[in-house]
Design a protein. Structure first.
Ligand code: NAP
Ligand code: ZN
Length: 334
């Protein structure tokens, strides 16, 4: 059998059809027949080699939904026919303190789904059983796909910071991650402010659950928002005005960095000291939290707003993502 995928052959290149045999299944691996795969901005960072970890041919894709079609000899929790999702992480060592403590995403040997191995812009993918999470029956596969990376990446810090009624959450960048952050924070009862560079996202941001919308480049808009958020999640794939967002934090507030901004997060010491403010980061989420996030989405109507593309139209979809023109997640279908 050959897998039909789409690969970048060099950095920044358009993807081309690429065919390769599946790797041999290790004991805990499962082979998944892919029905859908979302396009995360991390796929674009990888195609462009922004993080200097890419090797080519590179088959991107890590918001995968599909059906288990083969299992390794040590797999007990999954069987063929089960619908599962795989996100950024396809494996971990399973024995370090982080893995044993339920923080598998922090394992030093964590295996990314599409770094150094072919990902989800393809007909099949392989992942360790623990990282292939069953999908609740009520979630449609195309809508579920973006939850596997965008969804968990925003849900995990919202849960960790115990967001609930009375907490004022800011979301910077209303894209794949951001539009789900607005929905999950709203569902948790928070007061939500969307910070965007795109004026025509305002109405949709309110419909998704934002109480306020701040057009960040409007004169005085950021100054008016000073002190208005307890927790800010930054999801922009570009540098933002970090100093200005530290000022948007209320005393004791936290700015949690999710987007892979290319340059250092530079802020003056006194902006943090003055209000006992913190800057933190957060990486995806562990498999148990992914399962919990999927249940919340299924039971409380949190749903990615998607634009559908055929897998063969992957380059058309990528061009639209690069132009910040997708509302709000492109999903490829086989
Ligand atoms: P996306 O769908 O492309 O959304 C990014 C948003 O950034 C845009 O919608 C836009 O929102 C905002 N933005 C501001 N200035 C921009 C500019 N000049 N060009 C493009 N966008 C601009 O991306 P995503 O999939 O949500 O991913 C966002 C970032 O998170 C990426 O850097 C990705 O690698 C990273 N990420 C991190 C993790 C993690 O574990 N921490 C997981 C997944 C992704 P407005 O129009 O509202 O301004
Ligand atoms: Zn991602």
């Amino acid at each position: 059998m050959l897998i039909d995928g789409y690969a970048a052959l060099t950095a920044k290149a358009a993807l081309q059809p690429h065919h390769y045999p599946p790797a041999e299944l290790a004991g805990h691996d499962v082979l998944i027949k892919i029905s859908h795969c979302g396009i995360c901005h991390s796929d674009i960072h990888l195609i462009d080699n922004d993080w200097h970890v890419s090797s080519y041919p590179l088959v991107p894709g890590h918001e995968i939904i599909g059906e288990v079609v083969a299992v390794g000899t040590q797999v007990t929790g999954l069987r063929t026919g089960i619908r599962v999702g795989v996100g950024w992480q396809a494996g971990s060592c399973g024995s370090c303190a982080q893995c044993r403590g339920g923080h598998e995403q922090l394992c030093a040997q964590n295996m990314a789904t599409c770094v150094g191995r072919p990902g989800g812009f393809a007909t099949y993918v392989i992942a360790q059983d623990k990282f292939a999470v069953p999908i609740p029956a009520t979630l449609a596969s195309d809508v579920a796909a973006p939850l596997l990376c965008a969804g968990i990446t925003v849900f995990s810090p919202l849960a960790r910071y115990q967001v609930g009624p009375g907490v004022r959450v800011g979301v910077v960048g209303i894209g794949g991650l951001g539009h789900l952050a607005v929905q999950f924070a709203h569902q948790m009862g928070a007061h939500v402010t969307a910070f965007s560079t795109t004026a025509n996202k305002q109405d949709e941001a309110h419909r998704l659950g934002a109480d306020h919308f701040v057009l960040t480049r409007a004169a005085d808009a950021m100054a008016h928002a000073a002190g208005s958020c307890d927790l800010i999640l930054t999801t922009a794939s570009v540098d933002v005005d970090w100093e200005a967002f530290v000022k948007v934090l209320a005393p004791l507030g936290t700015l949690c960095v999710l987007g892979a901004a290319p340059h250092p997060v530079a802020v003056g010491a006194f902006g943090l000291i003055g209000g006992n403010k913190s800057i933190s980061g957060s990486a995806i989420g562990d498999p148990a939290t992914i399962a919990r996030m999927l249940e919340v989405a299924a039971n409380h109507g949190v749903a990615p707003q998607i634009e559908r593309f055929a897998m063969r139209d992957v380059n058309t979809a990528l061009t639209k993502v690069r132009a910040n023109a997708v509302r709000y997640r492109a999903v490829l279908a086989n």
